[in-house]
Design a binder for this molecule. Structure first.
Ligand code: ATP
Ligand code: MG
Length: 645
């Protein structure tokens, strides 16, 4: 009983707030309201732009080298509204918002159709859905009561008075009264427009208020009434043909007036159909059914298609008029590994598999596949390296950070991101692996298997199939084994971070003294000695710094660290890429043998047993495994990593 009351209270409360907040009054009262709040009068593009913008904008750090390279020096803003849901799409979102902004200021864009063009699963529909949802949360708007297209009440003002009212109210008035309201004004209110009732409402796609979606239609079923409404045949007997009362204004342009009209896979429609779209953008008018006047239309027209549809449409010169009205934004796949990974984290988090155990590196390995499948080979570096460079990772070669310019790589691969493995393909592989698992867990090992299976079954193009299988069975497999080897070794080293840091400190002390030709002073005993050449060499060998290269390396490290310290930045063993790599390799090498022996051994002595259980608990407590996944990767490591030894 108590519970029931609780429900009822909630329901009532929500209903009451809705009721009290919504405006209802005459046009005269509405004029007063506009005088006080002129900003409530807005055209569709502006409302949409401001709704999204008002959630907050940040400017990405353009000084950061990585961002500068990824975005080709462009200034990039991030919009809080999209931030939690879209990853690696900053460029696309910036273009979309630039379009809305210019359109809001009544640039040519307000008379254009926005077209998102890109490969399957690149996020086009998701982005448009999100934009539509923004509108559903937008401030409510005012309209003439009973108007089938919920038009702006200011349309009531006769042309001759508009200049005066614009001055008094401080707003711009655009658009003409629709035939239905005009008829009502004359018959019901005897032309006294100040008495016309005005109401307030919000946007709703399901309620068909201000948001309309036009699905693609084949030539046979295509009927322009889907866009502009019809005449109600039953009423044709009652009224003359040109009487607005016969109109049934429920087409997409009627429903989407003041908000958004979305065309799904726009070029699948017949050309005649698209001409209505053209008139709507260009003239801001749509035909009305039967013999009535054109109707004023104010809305944002959004559409999407894939590349082959676009190319086909573009190749016909009869389509030029339409192409001229289209602002195309390319929506490529994500090419940055860490961003791609966030997509799957997001989708899994929303799915029924939310509680499943996902072993470390699983989504990374899956994302490696989709990203690499999208990359064009380059002769500047191999595919894996290219992926890492795009991801902002430092590539160490012969003791130096390898300098490959992202911009050079992008310049030679203009079409990159428009083809390859889609997000949906990866999701299906993850789903399949999760459904097959009997302990509610997935690991990189069974996800790679699942992806291989899916490539074999679903990729028809033989060349692509071969290329994808090579990425999975060779490149990713080897990279994962490397990751695994490091991780297991790390788990064998107790207090890994501290050990690495202390190696770093002593390397830095020695290298500094070596470079400045001074002696190393023991901090406690104050004893002095020469720099430890043997120790430095052991570290340097890890990254193949030998012979005459040593002096340069020691110099570089010392100079780098001191310039950082001078700037007041803290330094640790991760500060300088090449040295970090060397230290990690050193530590890993030091435990490699014991790691292999202890892991593979069937009968462990007491010391080994302890090492083994300690390692397992590090994997679980610090690296995010559970018992089954730890066991699975260790078995895999025994069978693959250390097979030859
Ligand atoms: N960059 C991205 N950031 C966040 N989510 C993404 C991204 N790219 C794709 N997705 C997700 O991938 C899924 C598929 O995307 P969506 O359906 O929007 O693709 P689409 O471009 O409309 O494809 P299609 O051409 O097949 O209709 C969605 O769940 C979407 O949220
Ligand atoms: Mg779609």
């Amino acid at each position: 009983m108590a519970r029931k009351n609780e429900f009822l209270n909630l329901i009532k409360k929500q209903r009451d707030t809705k009721k009290t907040e919504r405006f209802e009054g005459t046009f005269l009262e509405y004029l007063d309201l506009v005088k006080n709040r002129p900003e409530s009068v807005k055209l569709a593009h502006k409302r949409l732009y401001e709704t999204i913008k008002d959630r907050g904008i940040e400017t990405l750090d353009v000084d950061s080298e990585l961002y500068r390279d990824i975005f080709n020096g462009d200034k990039i803003r991030t919009y809080n509204y999209f931030e939690k849901e879209f990853f690696g799409m900053e460029s696309v979102i910036n273009k979309l918002m630039r379009f809305l902004k210019s359109a809001a200021f009544k640039g040519e864009e307000s008379r254009q159709v926005l077209l998102l063009m890109g490969p399957v699963g690149a996020g086009k529909s998701a982005l448009i859905d999100s934009v539509k949802r923004a509108l559903e949360d937008a401030e409510e708007y005012y309209y003439l009561e009973g108007c089938p297209i919920r038009e702006e009440p200011l349309h009531l003002l006769p042309r001759s008075l508009r200049g005066d009212f614009e001055d008094i109210l401080g707003v711009h008035i655009e658009g003409d009264l629709c035939p239905v309201c005009r008829h009502r004004l004359m018959t019901e209110f005897d032309g006294k427009y100040e008495c016309f009732p005005v109401k307030q409402t919000g946007f709703s796609q399901r309620g068909r208020r201000g948001i309309a979606v036009v699905p693609p239609m084949d030539a046979n079923s295509q009927d322009v009434s889907v866009l502009i409404g019809t005449e109600d045949i039953s009423k044709l007997d009652l009224y003359p043909e040109d009487d607005p009362r016969v109109l049934s204004l429920n087409g997409a342009f009627n429903v989407g007036n003041r908000g958004i009209v979305e065309f799904v896979e726009v070029f699948k429609n017949e050309i005649e159909f698209l001409h209505t779209m053209l008139t709507a953008t260009q003239e801001k008018r749509v035909p009305s059914p039967g013999k009535n006047d054109m109707l004023y239309f104010d809305g944002v027209i959004l559409s999407h298609c894939n590349e082959s549809e676009w190319n086909r449409f573009k190749s016909e010169h009869t389509n030029e008029a339409i192409l001229d009205r289209v602002l195309k934004i390319e929506v490529p796949y994500v090419l940055e590994l860490h961003q791609e990974q966030k997509i799957y984290e997001k989708i899994l988090d929303k799915s029924d598999f939310r509680g499943a155990h996902i072993a470390p590196h699983t989504l990374k390995v899956a994302s490696m596949f989709s990203v690499m499948s999208r990359l064009q080979p380059s002769n500047k570096c191999d595919l894996l390296t290219k992926m890492k460079i795009y991801n902002g990772e430092a590539i160490i070669e012969k003791g130096r950070v390898k300098k490959v310019d992202i911009r050079d790589l992008k310049d030679e691969a203009k079409h990159e991101g428009m083809e390859g493995i889609s997000t949906r393909f990866i999701m299906k592989a993850l789903d399949a692996a999760l459904s097959d698992s009997d302990n509610g867990m997935i690991t990189p090992i069974n996800v790679v298997d699942s992806m291989i299976k899916q490539v074999k079954e679903q990729i028809i193009d033989e060349d692509a199939k071969t290329r994808y299988l090579e990425i999975l069975q060779k490149v990713i497999r080897e990279e994962y084994l490397r990751i695994l080897e490091t991780e297991i070794a790390k788990a064998f080293i107790s207090a890994y971070e501290e050990q690495a840091q202390s190696l770093f400190d002593s390397y830095l002390d020695n290298a500094e003294c070596y470079t400045t030709k001074t002696r190393v002073k023991n901090k406690i005993t104050r004893e002095e000695r020469d720099p430890d050449e043997k120790f430095m060499r052991t570290i340097e060998e890890m990254i193949s710094v030998t012979g005459s290269a040593r002096d340069g390396f020691r110099n570089d490290v010392t100079a780098f660290m001191f310039s950082k310290m001078r700037k007041g930045e803290t330094v640790d063993y991760k500060s300088y890429g090449p040295l970090k790599e060397a230290i990690e390799q050193y530590l890993i090498t030091s435990v490699k043998d014991i790691a292999r022996i202890v892991t593979r051994s069937k009968s462990r002595d007491d010391d080994q047993k302890k090492k083994y259980t300690d390692m397992i608990s590090t994997l679980i407590e610090e690296y995010g495994y559970n018992e089954s996944s730890a066991e699975e990767i260790l078995t895999y490591a025994s069978n693959n990593l250390w097979r030859d030894s």
